[in-house]
Ligand binder design. Sequence first.
Ligand SMILES: [Fe+2]
Length: 394
Amino acid sequence: MTNIAHFTFARMPEIHFGAGKLSLLPQLIAQRGARVLLVTGSASFVKSSRYEQLKRDLEDAGIQLFQSTVSGEPSPEFVDAVAARFRAEAIACVVGIGGGSVLDAGKAISAMLQQEGSVVPYLECVDTKKHDGKKTPYIAVPTSSGTGAEATKNAVLSHIGANGYKSSLRHDNFVPDIALVDPELTLSCPPDVTAACGLDALTQLLEAYVSSKASPMTDALASNGLEHIVAGFIAAFENGQHDLSARSHMAFAALLSGITLANAGLGVVHGFAGPLGGFFPIPHGVVCGTLIGAATRANIEALRSDAGKHRIALEKYARAGAILSGKTASTSEAGCKLLMETLDNWIDTTRIARLSAYGIARADFPRILDKSNNKNSPVTLDRQQMQEILEARL
Ligand SMILES: [Fe+2]
């Protein structure tokens, strides 16, 4: 084993993980105050019996409940409107319960309740105003296993359209104060969403694992996260309503993916995600799921063009292949082959949509490529190599 490199590891949320942990929420809120703003999606949680129970428990605990509902991916206008509406309400704590978009919405609202004006000047890629980090305490409660937003310091806000963008509001203080991860909340997540979210978590773990910013700490967490993907992914897709064990593995893998991406960054798939998601109504998890195979193949081929220089990244891809396939590989080539076989197999099994299903055409490639990047990929792909990834999944 090689020497341990120097590294820095960012702060983490206080984590409460396990089936039934939602019951802790009223007391966790009460520790911060008696007025809570609950941010949810328009779909499942607010229609569930758990929501009615939570409202009763909050009332019993003497906590006054304010609510906001986000549909789809949060826009800057939505965050501005909610922050303006609740600034005078002395909110002690914001709680986001939902998928990645809801968690990002709650994170951004908690970051703007104590600021004046719009969130727009603070968005990366839009303006350069620095946020001072002052925010209202935030508890993130995921109901899907994907983005890992319960552990990250950024909130992605979206303008979808011809001049669309996705941009992050980011500050070290925006890591949620608490991540309350209750796998029971993911049981009702439908198979297509389970697949897309799971492939997002897988992509985040794999991209963080081979990232140029990876550290011994992120390597340990990312490789372990991949083991939990193996343990849960297909079972959660095929029998997710009943398989709490599979859901738990995926919830843990997603949590680890958020921790690792916050510390090691991401790669070329996420370098495509901003423009693709900004220009077209394609869910983030579908972007990841549809591109991860072609992007990994392109990365491995590019790394092999100078295999001596890129030995460590190729060995990591090979180890990921062994973990995800559950097979042993005696050479780096064999491990990378296992990785590609497994990714191709999972993409086929889960029937992840192609780009054209969301109206993306070859004529759109130039403007997509203009805004895409390699992020912290272990090798830099040129424009032609990037275009071939899109071609492979059109
Ligand atoms: Fe992602």
